[in-house]
Design a protein around this ligand. Structure first.
Ligand SMILES: Nc1nc2c(ncn2[C@@H]2O[C@H](COP(=O)(O)OP(=O)(O)OP(=O)(O)O)[C@@H](O)[C@H]2O)c(=O)[nH]1
Ligand SMILES: [Mg+2]
Length: 216
C-alpha cells in the first residue's frame, strides 16, 4: 500500500524529529506577515476538511496544537509551527474548494495560498492531502497545476483511510498514483494515512526526515 521504501534509519530520524516539542510560531493572514524565509518548510495543502490540521497534530503527537474541526474553513491563516531549535517549519494552510464560504473570503484565501505556494523560496515540499473517500477533485487540479507551473515539489497523501474499505482504498490509491504520475512536479509515490488510526504517520515522519537530511 505505501510507496517509496524508507530505511530504518530514516524512520528513526523521523521519530526523533517528532518526539521534540513542536510549538506554534505564528499565523499569517496574508503574504505580508510571513515569517522570514530562513529555514526549510514543509506545507500541508488540501481541500477544506480533508484533515490537514488533524494530520499535523498526529505528526507532532499533540492533539490540539493545530486547530481542527468538523466545520470546513476552520483554518483561516497560514499557521507556522516550529521545532525548539528553530530548524524547520511545518505550515498548516487554509483549505480550498469550500463552496459554502463567502465569495470574498474564498478569493482572499485563494490569493494567499496561491501566492505562498508559488513564491516561497524555502518550501521543500508540499504534501497535497486527498480524502481517501473522494480522490482528486477539480479544486485539487487547480492547485496541482499551480505547483507544476511554479516547479514546487509536492507529494500526494491520502487521508481518512479508516473511513473506506480496503478494496476502495486500493482503488483510490491506484487512481491517485496514476493521476499524479502525469504531473511534472509530483514526487512519485503517495502516502496513505489515517490520523484516527495512526496509519502512515511514521512514514510521513520518515519522509520529512529524509527531505531534511537530503537538503542539509
Ligand atoms: N475518521 C477520520 N476523521 C478524520 C481524520 N482526519 C481528520 N478527520 C476529521 O475530519 C474533520 C476535518 O479535519 P481538519 O483537520 O480540521 O481538516 P482541515 O483540512 O484542517 O480543514 P480546514 O482547516 O477547514 O481546511 C475533523 O472532524 C477531523 O476529526 C482521519 O484520519 N480519520
Ligand atoms: Mg485546518
Amino acid at each position: 500500500m505505501q510507496d517509496g521504501a524508507l530505511t530504518d534509519d530514516e524512520i528513526e530520524a523521523g521519530r526523533l524529529i517528532f518526539t521534540q516539542a513542536w510549538s506554534f510560531s505564528r499565523g499569517s493572514p496574508d503574504l505580508e506577515h510571513l515569517p522570514p524565509d530562513d529555514r526549510p518548510e514543509i506545507a500541508f495543502a488540501g481541500r477544506s476538511n480533508v484533515g490537514k490540521s488533524t494530520l499535523l497534530n498526529a505528526l507532532v503527537g499533540q492533539r490540539q496544537l493545530a486547530r481542527a474541526s468538523n466545520t470546513p474553513g476552520r483554518t483561516q491563516e497560514l499557521n507556522f509551527f516550529t521545532l525548539p531549535a528553530g530548524s524547520m517549519y511545518l505550515v498548516d494552510m487554509p483549505g480550498y474548494g469550500f463552496a459554502e464560504a463567502p465569495k470574498d473570503k474564498v478569493a482572499a484565501w485563494n490569493k494567499v495560498l496561491r501566492g505562498y505556494l508559488a513564491g516561497r523560496r524555502t518550501l521543500l515540499r508540499v504534501f497535497v492531502l486527498i480524502d481517501a473517500r473522494h480522490g482528486i477533485k477539480a479544486a485539487d487540479n487547480d492547485i496541482l497545476a499551480l505547483l507544476d507551473s511554479a516547479a514546487v515539489s509536492y507529494q500526494g497523501v491520502l487521508t481518512k483511510a479508516d473511513k473506506v474499505s480496503h478494496a476502495e482504498l486500493e482503488k483510490v490509491a491506484q487512481a491517485t498514483r496514476q493521476a499524479l504520475g502525469k504531473h511534472p512536479a509530483a514526487y512519485p509515490g503517495i502516502i496513505v494515512t489515517s490520523s484516527e488510526k495512526n496509519l502512515g504517520i511514521d512514514i510521513l515522519r520518515g519522509t520529512i526526515a529524509r527531505l531534511l537530511i537530503e537538503n542539509s
